[in-house]
Design a binder for this molecule. Structure first.
Ligand code: DTR
Length: 330
């Protein structure tokens, strides 16, 4: 009841006389990180393109909803819009999390567009209770650590933070994987709970991990899929003109975010070298082959899980590879 009331207040606070319609957009990580940068860009574009009909209030840093409460919070109307990382609930977003298998997706731009393709092709049931406003992915994940990681032996038993599909990758390499959302990682690194993390490298700058992690090992293995979703009642209450503005932004926003992410990773690595003299370690080909060989069972396991849930696992993987080739070719 309270939820319905809150929602009603939120969406209908804006008939013409009362000023713009207000929408609350929740996000889990701190404001300087890329999910929040894309949120601010989307807000600016929607407000501009709707000629001020809509006003979006943004809540970074988990101030309205936390990482793992995001989807259910939006469904319940605690926020009108929410952004989340699908990796934090791997079983719930099984189909779209196929994108986070080690498939060699080369960039956030390709990842973001292929994720949107796959969502549009299959319309997974896990998103049936929300309106999907956009999707995007990170750039490929790499190791950031306090001590250098040059071989599998260096990784053995090392406490590294990762979540979702990437967690299985660290386990396969023999590291001691510690799972937590990105929002909890700065404290864990500071307190020595973990000795590093596995993620895309823009956080070296955005969360100042370069201060602590002086080594980066390039593995370029997996990307993380994200979604931005809207409460269905809030969506249905919007005028068609506003809906059109948001619909027109779905793919554009995915591509914008991918491009932003790819450029920002490069900038963050350069910044980390200039300011903290970090070492970027590239694995020699013989070593890389060993690392990659250990990852094969992960896709096999995903296929078994997906099939047991009635999903056309092989077709999905084939489709991702096809879409990748199309998007890389463009
Ligand atoms: N790699 C995922 C997602 C991720 C990458 N960069 C950020 C920044 C802020 C929040 C999440 C992410 C992860 O490690 O959680």
């Amino acid at each position: 009841m309270l939820t319905v009331l809150l929602l009603t207040v939120s969406v209908f606070s804006g008939d013409a006389a009362a000023g713009p319609m207000r929408l609350r957009y929740a996000n889990f990580p701190p404001a300087p990180t890329f999910p929040c940068v894309q949120m601010e860009r989307w807000k600016t574009e929607v407000e501009k393109r709707t000629g001020g009909q809509v006003s979006i209030q943004t809540f970074p840093g988990g101030t309205l909803l936390d990482a793992k409460d995001m989807m259910d919070g939006v469904i319940a109307g605690q926020a009108d819009i929410g952004c989340f990382s699908m990796a934090y609930q791997p079983g719930r977003f099984l189909l779209t999390n196929a994108l986070s298998l080690p498939l060699g997706i080369p960039s956030a731009k390709v990842g973001s567009l292929v994720l949107w393709d796959i969502y549009s092709d299959y319309h997974p049931a896990s998103f049936a209770k929300v309106k999907v406003l956009t999707m995007f992915t990170t750039a490929p994940a790499n190791i950031m650590s306090k001590t250098p990681v040059r071989t599998l032996a260096d990784l053995k038993g090392l406490d590294l933070r990762a979540s979702g599909g990437a967690a299985q990758i660290l386990k396969a390499w023999g590291a001691n994987q510690v799972g937590m959302p990105m929002s909890e990682t700065p404290e864990a690194l500071q307190k020595g709970v973990v000795q590093g993390l596995f993620s895309s490298l823009e956080v070296m700058k955005d969360l100042k991990f370069a201060e602590i992690c002086h080594y980066v090992t390039i593995t370029d293995t997996v990307i993380y899929p994200f979604a931005v979703v809207m409460n269905l009642d809030a969506w249905n209450a919007l005028p068609d003109t506003v809906k059109k503005v948001m619909d027109d932004l779905r793919v554009e926003q995915a591509e914008w975010t991918g491009n932003y992410m790819d450029a920002h990773v490069e900038e963050a690595v350069a910044w980390s070298k200039d300011n903290y003299n970090i070492e970027v370690i590239t694995l020699p080909p013989v070593e890389k082959v060993k690392w990659e060989a250990l990852l094969a069972p992960i896709s096999t396991q995903w296929q078994e899980d997906a099939k047991s849930k009635g999903l056309p696992a092989e077709a999905i993987l084939k489709d991702i590879k096809l879409r990748m080739a199309e998007r890389i070719g463009r």
